[in-house]
Ligand binder design. Structure first.
Ligand SMILES: NC(=O)CC[C@H](N)C(=O)O
Length: 390
């Protein structure tokens, strides 16, 4: 890298003993987390701000990251959630009509560490062959001195791993709020409801459990006529039901789903009422747990924007956005839960449906952000379920 402003050293160390020397591109200091790779070619802003990446250091396999700078629109939460960023090459110049600052300045302004100029192909092969690794980045003064490598390795080994870690309650909103962003145009059958300005109240009230929700999920629900109340992860079911929802949404989120006992209990109570339930990613895993299935930690998980997933009913293959390191185990599904989708990369379960309740969920990301929109019709399916109950 020729940029003199970015000449500070950085070290990435993994629990298996691997060490990478590179350049610091973000804040200085030490960060720890689970190191995962994401194969998406675009969307570094959405990836960094996806709350599901909490306590994960993300390496992007696409080599040039930062080309279009940072804008204030392409974010999935208010701030960077990832514990660190690992890239091959930070371009010397960022260019886009929407760019407001460089990736490097953005990382620094949010006190997030990043490392560039390392062989991300070597790193990705390690993660693919050995599974996601606990790791650490040391950047700036912390990465200097004879004992820096030793300190980096010790920091990597000190991260306890994501298994058993309940992070949903940590990243969740602290108080309930209404979400309004997302253009809703009156659909068929609602013309009568339009007010003098041609607009109407969105017809469906959806309460969304916030386990670390991505903004685009809320936008896509709002765009389909949902009035959203987003509630903290630990909100008891009774409080949610008192809001009289037409549907309950279970958000994506970071960490291991298994220790989220408060969520599992609340979902079980909601299911008893026959209110339509839709879950995405962590929400999918929690619906599976609440239905009596088990979840497992995957080896390196799925993180990318080109994962083929098959709809088992129609045979259709969709190209999907993915970001998960845990999965619901298909072999443990009870009799009242049906597998609806499967990954064509590794055969793991990608979608379920309760046969006795109006409840279903998807492991990947129908909201994309970043990624293809092949699975967006699942939002319409949720709305259709709510309409059917009117
Ligand atoms: N995006 C998500 O919701 C991720 C779910 C969960 N934290 C996992 O890693 O599997």
């Amino acid at each position: 890298m020729n940029n003199p402003a970015l000449s500070k050293p950085a070290i990435l160390a993994l629990e298996d003993g691997s060490v990478f020397h590179g350049t610091a591109i973000g804040a200085e200091g030490v960060t720890r987390g689970e190191v995962v790779f994401n194969t998406a070619m675009t969307g570094y802003q959405e990836i960094l701000t996806d709350p599901s990446y909490t306590r994960q250091i993300v390496t992007l396999t696409y080599p040039h990251i930062g080309n279009t700078g940072i804008n204030s629109e392409d974010v999935e939460s208010a701030s960077i959630a990832a514990a660190g960023l690992v890239i091959r090459d930070l371009p010397l110049m960022a260019s886009s009509f929407r760019s407001e600052q460089t990736l490097s300045d953005y990382l620094k302004s949010q006190n997030v560490l990043g490392i560039a100029d390392i062989d991300t192909r070597r790193l990705t092969r390690i993660l693919r062959d050995k599974g996601a690794q606990n790791g650490a980045i040391l950047a700036g003064a912390d990465a200097e001195g004879d004992d820096a490598v030793e300190r980096a390795l010790a920091a990597a080994k000190a991260f306890p791993g994501l298994k058993g870690m309940d992070l949903a309650k940590e990243v969740s909103c602290k108080e309930a709020y209404e979400w309004t962003e997302g253009e809703w145009t009156l659909g068929e059958g609602y013309a009568d409801a339009a007010g003098p300005d041609g607009k109407a109240e969105r017809p469906y009230h959806v309460v969304a459990f916030d386990y670390g929700v991505k903004f685009n999920i809320l936008r896509m629900l709002a765009a389909r006529g949902c009035r959203l109340t987003v509630v903290p992860a630990q909100t008891p079911a009774a409080e949610v039901l008192a809001m009289n929802p037409d549907g309950v949404f279970l958000a994506n989120g970071p960490g291991d789903p298994e220790p989220c006992d408060y969520a599992i209990k609340a979902i079980q109570e909601v299911l008893e009422t026959n209110i339509p339930v839709f879950g995405i990613c962590l929400g999918h895993q929690l619906l599976a747990l609440a239905s009596g299935a088990k979840t497992v930690k995957m080896s390196h998980g799925h993180h990318g924007a080109n994962h083929p997933v098959q709809d088992l009913d129609t045979g259709t293959v969709m190209i999907t956005s993915q970001n998960h390191g845990f999965a619901a185990d298909e072999a443990t599904l009870p009799a009242n839960v049906r597998a609806t989708h499967r990954s064509l990369f590794d055969g793991t379960l990608q979608g379920i449906e309760r046969t006795d309740r109006p409840a279903f969920s998807f492991q990947g990301h129908p909201e994309a952000s970043p990624g293809p929109r092949d699975v967006a019709p699942l939002f319409d399916r949720f709305v259709a379920m709510m309409l059917a109950r009117r």
